[in-house]
Write a protein that binds this ligand. Structure first.
Ligand code: GH3
Ligand code: MG
Ligand code: MG
Ligand code: MG
Ligand code: MG
Length: 295
């Protein structure tokens, strides 16, 4: 993963030290660092409140704080930013104490030149990766691995904007497993969970690459049919319904089917109004006997 730019908060009271570090980054070609300098812990707090940083490079001797106090004080404010400590004290114990206080790494001032760039870049890359993983996890349903409601809301908003700016139509559907309570009742909760995962997989495998399938409730899923008109909607719904009807049964007694209600989204719709229409269509499909689709 390339680091295009590194936002570094340099907390250093010594002008010469600060200049040296700034120059190391200016000369570097692999990384484009934006450095903000704070000369005291107080100033560092101000800057941390004002902008986002990828990393903090912290001098342990500051006019308004000293040693491990600085690390603890920063950690109280933010847990996610990596702190790399630089110290003139070469004893390994000092480094370990810094880690214990909440820093990610420590560098001796005596060999800063050799290690500064690589170590800071590595910490910044690790942090970016962690943030990406967190972001991805926040959009996924942990039980099925497909998108969750939050992801569905974001995609709905995106498609709505494309609809109003460029007139590209789209549709939404709600898929609900039929008589799911009886699956739980007869086969237990674990079997119920397996059925939910099986249905999620089928929906995901049946949808087109441009569509989104999300789990929005216990045994309820949403499909966002991108770039789709009402004329195409019926056959797309049926494709999903049939794929699930044809799934291999997990047990002999249980035949899994779903009902699907869908609607074409209007420019005047918001998330709620569109899904309410899909939900009424779903209700009609249930009342008509289940294992059916309605628009
Ligand atoms: P209908 O055909 O009308 O949809 O009937 P139904 O039984 O599927 O509908 P209902 O909404 O009454 O029941 C849904 C059940 O799903 C109730 C709840 O206990 C169960 N459920 C919800 N989330 C989960 C889950 O994550 N795992 C399992 N195993 N069951 C769940
Ligand atoms: Mg210093
Ligand atoms: Mg100092
Ligand atoms: Mg339901
Ligand atoms: Mg149901």
């Amino acid at each position: 993963m390339p680091i295009e730019s590194l936002r570094l908060l340099l907390v250093e009271d010594n002008d010469l030290d600060a200049m040296f570090i700034t120059r190391v980054f200016e000369r570097a070609t692999v990384i484009d660092a934006q450095i903000e300098r704070a000369s005291s812990l107080g100033e560092a707090f101000e800057k941390l409140g004002q902008s986002d940083f990828d990393i903090v490079l912290l001098d342990l001797g500051l006019p308004d704080s000293n040693g491990l106090q600085s690390i603890r004080a920063i950690r109280e404010r933010t847990t996610s930013i990596p702190i790399v400590v630089q110290t003139g004290d070469d004893r390994i114990e000092t480094g370990f104490a810094a880690i214990e206080a909440g820093a990610q790494d420590f560098l001796s001032k005596h060999d800063l030149k050799d290690h500064l760039l690589t170590r800071l870049t590595v910490h910044a890359i690790l942090r970016q990766r962690q943030m990406l993983e967190l972001q991805e996890a926040s959009l996924r349903d942990s039980m099925t691995g497909i998108a969750n409601r939050r992801c569905c809301d974001i995609e709905f908003k995106r498609r709505s904007e494309i609809l109003s700016h460029d007139g590209v139509p789209f549709c939404v559907g709600i898929v609900d497993i039929d008589h799911f309570k009886s699956v739980n009742d007869s086969g237990g909760h674990d079997l119920g969970d397996r059925v939910i995962r099986q249905v999620a997989r089928s929906l995901r495998d049946t949808c087109r690459p441009k569509d989104l399938v999300a789990r929005i409730g216990g045994e309820e899923f949403a499909v966002i049919f991108s770039d789709t008109t009402i004329d195409e909607l019926g056959s797309l719904q049926q494709k999903h319904r049939r794929a699930i009807e044809e799934l291999e049964s997990l047990t002999e007694e249980i035949k899994v089917t779903v009902s699907i209600g869908a609607t074409c989204v209007l420019a005047s719709d918001d998330n709620r109004s569109a899904f309410q229409r899909a939900d009424s269509a779903l209700y009609t499909a249930k009342k008509a006997g289940r294992n059916q689709c309605r628009i």
